[in-house]
Design a protein around this ligand. Structure first.
Ligand SMILES: Cc1ncc(COP(=O)(O)O)c(C=O)c1O
Length: 329
């Protein structure tokens, strides 16, 4: 495996901390729990996209782009981190956000504005359907646009999570702990594809378990198949000879509830329990749902008491403020 020649632009502070959640584990009377704190990546209130953007914007700079275009939901953490990264690199940033402009800017959207990016409201089109038109317009204005894919989930974004797993392996060996499972929120699939490839490369034994956040499919491809395809394309990029298939993938779809961003009792309890036992903030859309799934699985007895579970905190807490009216503690 070789990715040293692939351009990368430093944007965050790594390694992120690895901590044990002793209070939460005791409260649940469950197995030992650990957390990888990617909510502390250091870029604009943190999150998993900082890792992906290091490779993706590294590529954009190598291609002499001067303008970045990406898309997401109104409260997209990916868009907020992209806007911050662009500000720090002197790149013009265009965000194509789903929905209509709200009366009050809050959460991630407020931060997008503070970072000075251009926002295009796309109504129903929250997955970047309007991007080609915007790119054409920017070219006509003499700019050199570069499109960052939805959620930062292409081969470069996934590669960042191969590197992230190597980072975790160093920490794990230093602190002499071992894990049986790594659990995290999975949405556009780059995090999961990268962790799966990292596991294959390093020959680790823990299970990589994505908790699906969104009911949807992308470009008419079922989510599980798009993760496998991305893992395979990323393997090809770095000359790893492995063909991923269904048995390599663990994607839990039990917790999508009423759909993307619809917050219920599961997310509310996970957010308050984690905050009140560990002093750690989760977000309503991703990590709250994934932690809610983990708590439920522990209560259902899906793990052995001797298991050691790592929850990969992928960030997102700025959205808490935007969801203040639907959170209920
Ligand atoms: C906070 C948070 N967690 C998890 C994810 C999911 O990561 P991925 O898109 O790589 O599946 C996202 C991305 O949208 C996110 O913003």
């Amino acid at each position: 495996m070789d990715y040293q020649n692939i351009p990368r632009q430093s944007l965050g502070f790594f390694p992120t901390p690895l901590v044990e959640l002793t209070n939460l584990s005791r409260k649940l009377d469950g197995p030992r729990l650990f957390m990888k704190r990617d909510d502390n990546t250091g870029l604009a209130l943190g999150g998993n996209k900082t890792r992906k953007l290091e490779f993706i914007l590294g590529d954009a700079l190598a291609q002499c782009a001067d303008t970045i275009v990406t898309a997401g939901a109104q409260q997209s953490n990916h868009c907020r981190q992209t806007a911050a990264a662009c500000a720090s690199l002197g790149l013009e940033c265009h965000l194509v956000l789903g929905g209509e402009k709200p009366g009050i800017l809050n959460g991630n959207l407020l931060l997008d504005k503070i970072f000075g990016c251009h926002i295009h409201w796309a109504g129903e089109n929250r997955k970047g359907e309007d991007i080609p038109e915007i790119v054409e317009q920017l070219k006509q204005e003499g700019k050199t646009p570069y499109v960052v894919p939805y959620g930062g989930s292409n081969e470069l974004g996934a590669l960042a999570f191969v590197k992230a797993l190597q980072e975790l392996e160093h920490q794990r060996q230093e602190s002499q702990v071992s894990f049986t499972h790594i659990i995290f929120a999975s949405s556009s699939g780059g995090t999961q594809a990268g962790l799966m490839l990292g596991k294959k490369i390093m020959g680790t034994s823990y299970q990589i378990v994505g908790v699906s956040i969104d009911k949807g499919e992308k470009d008419n491809v079922a989510f599980d198949q798009s993760i496998l395809s991305l893992a395979n394309r990323t393997a090809t990029l770095i000359d790893v000879n492995h063909e991923f298939s269904d048995e390599d993938l663990i994607l839990n779809t039990d917790y999508v509830g009423e759909g993307y961003g619809v917050i219920g009792a599961l997310e509310n309890e996970a957010i308050s329990l984690t905050a009140q036992t560990e002093g750690i903030l989760l977000d309503p859309v991703y990590t709250g749902r994934a932690m809610g799934g983990l708590i439920d699985m522990i209560r259902l007895g899906k793990f052995k008491q001797s298991d050691r579970i790592l929850f990969w905190h992928t960030g997102g807490a700025p959205a808490l403020f935007a969801y203040a009216n639907t959170l209920d503690f």
